[in-house]
Design a protein around this ligand. Structure first.
Ligand SMILES: [Zn+2]
Length: 217
């Protein structure tokens, strides 16, 4: 579980992320908080609640701020975090494991939480390790599906770094599966996207999967 190479969300970044404390805007695009508030009031009334009872008075405003935060990656370009590369002859696996994230399932607007593991073999360009967590943060803070999130991260890595190989594995639990519908608490959804040598060479793929899951139960 504990692992020297792991990182937890944005906490490993050395740079102070001042933008994450301003949930009302994302890259200059203001979130219409009042509109969300009206919609939440409407939902409460629609399910038969009284939006004006004391316990619910602040709820629309609270939910609007929460949505602004949960969707703050919508208008941010994750590529900015992949620009700062340095040239390095290193051409072995770089793996960052256990990047925790929380995202919103776009089918139910319920959270799914989990960990992303990103491995790559540089093709001359190496990335600052904290940047991978930044990319996960931006991509996860949108209405998402796990499959697309996995592929988006892999494709961004390919486009910006031109590495010899990229492997992205995401494990997550989906509230929409655990608390409603078929109700399967503890079930975990695993997705992977392999690019370059990890896609074409079975032995490379096995190697990265072993590195990702080594030491795990
Ligand atoms: Zn869902």
């Amino acid at each position: 579980m504990s692992d020297a190479s792991h990182s937890h969300g944005s906490s490993c970044g050395g740079d102070e992320g001042s933008d994450s404390s301003v949930p009302t805007t994302a890259a200059g695009v203001p979130v219409d908080l009042k509109r969300i508030e009206r919609a939440v009031r409407e939902i409460l009334a629609a399910v038969g609640e009284d939006p004006d009872r004391e316990g619910l008075l602040e709820t629309p405003a609270r939910v609007s701020r929460m949505y602004a935060e949960m969707f703050s990656g919508l208008h941010q370009d994750p590529r900015v975090h992949l620009q700062k590369v340095f040239t390095e002859k290193y051409d072995e696996v770089v793996l960052v494991k256990d990047i925790s994230f929380n995202s919103m399932c776009e089918h139910h607007l319920l959270p799914f939480l989990g960990k992303a593991h990103i491995g790559y073999i540089p093709g001359g360009k190496v990335l600052g390790l904290s940047k991978l967590a930044r990319v996960v943060e931006v991509v996860s803070k949108r209405p998402q599906v796990q499959e697309r999130m996995t592929e988006t991260i892999a494709d961004l890595m390919v486009q910006e770094l031109n590495p010899k190989g990229v492997a992205v594995v995401i494990e997550a639990t989906h509230s929409c599966m655990t608390m409603r519908g078929i109700r399967k608490p503890g079930s975990m959804c695993v997705t992977s996207a392999m690019r370059g040598i990890f896609r074409s060479h079975l032995s490379s793929r096995s190697e990265i999967m072993t590195l990702i899951y080594n030491g795990k139960p």
